[in-house]
Design a protein around this ligand. Structure first.
Ligand SMILES: Cc1cc2nc3c(=O)[nH]c(=O)nc-3n(C[C@H](O)[C@H](O)[C@H](O)COP(=O)(O)OP(=O)(O)OC[C@H]3O[C@@H](n4cnc5c(N)ncnc54)[C@H](O)[C@@H]3O)c2cc1C
Ligand code: FES
Length: 292
């Protein structure tokens, strides 16, 4: 078996070497090609492709990103397929998907774990090769021993020269990846693969920014707040963060956003009545607003 195979994109004629243990999508991104994608974990279907010639192995046949019609038409997901031979594929490529930084796979040591709430933790990893280059708002895949497929997590810091990658992660009951992650101890090593993602801070636009998320969804919002602070010529851009959280946690989340970017002008904490004792669970009943 060869270590890598040559993949050609039929429409553009672009070719790239894809390692035998790598996904077609990620191999193409590593080579700097704009293969279309979004989630990278088999869920969205944005990376659909057709095999014209060659041989491909599907790593996750049941991935929800394909509907029965896609399967019938021979479509596959480039984030879930790896090459078994030199191949030609038909797949959408666009300039907007060309990576700002070509993603890498690298080992990283868990430097710090901090509990934010009973089921949400911050993790700080240090890359072994010092690599930490990404756009504010992007994500990376964490590859965990014994867990099939990488898990996507947004960075909460910004690219730096220290090699650090920070994440805010919620433990999912019975979730394979998060249960493995929450068993890690400081000093343990995992493989990180990134950066990926199109929902990153654009510094060529002066439009105001609105970010909406809940709980661990604060991670990319913090990264964008920090990125905005660090960017030149963005002082007039207003950033509004809307964060959904249980009412009892409002001070935790407010503290977590303080000092994480002075540029954001407004933090709106939205809470349902889940733990407010009034029995209401499904509608917005509290809104508090903080100005930085
Ligand atoms: C772009 C993006 C950014 C995210 N950022 C964050 C974040 O900052 N913080 C956070 O807490 N969560 C984040 N998530 C959610 C996170 O990726 C996980 O889905 C979540 O933590 C549950 O993982 P789990 O392994 O515990 O659950 P599981 O139910 O075991 O796994 C669910 C995930 O694993 C994938 N998967 C399951 N089985 C396989 C398989 N056999 N092969 C390949 N893939 C498989 C699924 O597509 C799904 O993504 C993000 C998700 C995406 C797509
Ligand atoms: S990028 Fe979402 S399914 Fe492949």
């Amino acid at each position: 078996m060869s270590d890598s195979y040559k993949i050609q994109v039929q429409q553009t004629g672009d070719t790239f070497e894809c390692a035998a243990d790598d996904a077609i999508l990620r191999g193409g991104q590593r080579a700097g090609l704009g293969l279309s994608y979004d989630c990278n974990v088999g869920g969205c279907g944005s990376c659909k492709f057709e095999l014209v010639e060659g041989e491909i192995e599907n790593m996750w046949e049941e991935a929800p990103g394909l509907n029965p019609r896609d399967v019938k038409r021979g479509k596959m997901l480039a984030c879930q397929c790896r090459p078994k031979a030199d191949s030609v594929i038909k797949m959408i490529t666009m300039d907007e998907f060309v990576p700002q930084t070509n993603p890498q796979r690298f080992m990283a040591k868990l430097e710090m774990i901090r509990d934010l709430t009973s089921d949400i933790r911050e993790f700080r990893f240090q890359s072994a090769n010092g690599f930490s280059s990404f756009q504010p708002g992007q994500y990376a895949l964490l590859n965990l021993e014994g867990v099939e497929g990488g898990r996507a997590y947004s960075m909460s810091n910004i690219g730096n020269e220290d090699g650090t990658w920070d994440f805010i992660i919620r433990l999912v009951p019975n979730g394979k990846g998060t249960n493995a992650l929450f068993k890690l101890s400081e000093g343990d090593e995992i493989e990180i693969d990134g950066p990926y993602g199109m929902a990153y801070l654009r510094t060529d636009s002066s439009r105001d920014i609105v970010c909406i998320g809940g709980g661990s969804g604060l991670a990319p919002m913090l990264s964008i707040a920090r990125g905005l602070d660090a960017a030149e010529g963005m002082d007039d851009v207003k950033l509004h963060l809307f964060l959904w959280c249980p009412w009892s946690q409002r001070h935790v989340w407010r503290r977590r956003t303080q000092g994480a970017g002075t540029t954001y002008r407004s933090l709106y904490l939205l809470s349902s009545g889940i733990d407010s004792g009034d029995g209401r669970t499904s509608r917005l009943d509290r809104l508090c607003w903080f100005c930085s």
